[in-house]
Design a protein around this ligand. Structure first.
Ligand code: NI
Length: 137
């Protein structure tokens, strides 16, 4: 019996999208307002989906208190109220696009999750801009 559970979370963070190997003109052309040198913020929404078999002893797939704690420690403590470009190791040399943030969050949570569980991360940069990552294919 394969089931999926989801834990939702939020964090607020600032970022600037740019490629240091490009000219200012090229950065402005590609990233537009997101290249603002003084940064801008988003209220990121996160859905963390875990799938697998129900444990016959607990009736759980995963104790959601455990998943909540993983998200707090790996994502919220690390990124909430931070400037992603300046304050985090993960994005010092990686453009903090929604795509890259989603993949980084997947890797951080994956490292804390039981190997027998599957993981999918969905990141909402805005209500209309959403990225999903299910791991390397
Ligand atoms: Ni942005």
């Amino acid at each position: 019996m394969k089931v999926s559970v989801c834990r939702k979370a939020h964090f607020n963070a600032a970022h600037r999208l740019y490629n240091p190997n490009w000219s200012e003109a090229r950065n402005n052309e590609v990233f537009g307002k997101c290249n603002n040198p003084n940064y801008h913020g988003h209220n990121y929404g996160l859905e963390v989906w875990v799938s697998g078999e129900i444990d016959p002893e607990t009736g759980y797939l995963i104790d959601l208190k455990i998943l909540k704690k993983i998200i707090e420690e790996e994502v919220e403590d690390r990124f909430d109220h931070k400037n992603l470009n300046l304050d985090t190791e993960e994005f010092k040399n990686l453009n903090p696009t929604a795509e890259n943030i989603c993949v980084v969050i997947w890797m951080l949570i994956r490292a804390q999750l039981d190997e027998k569980l599957d993981l999918k991360v969905r990141l909402y940069e805005t209500e209309r801009n959403i990225v999903e990552y299910t791991g390397p294919q």
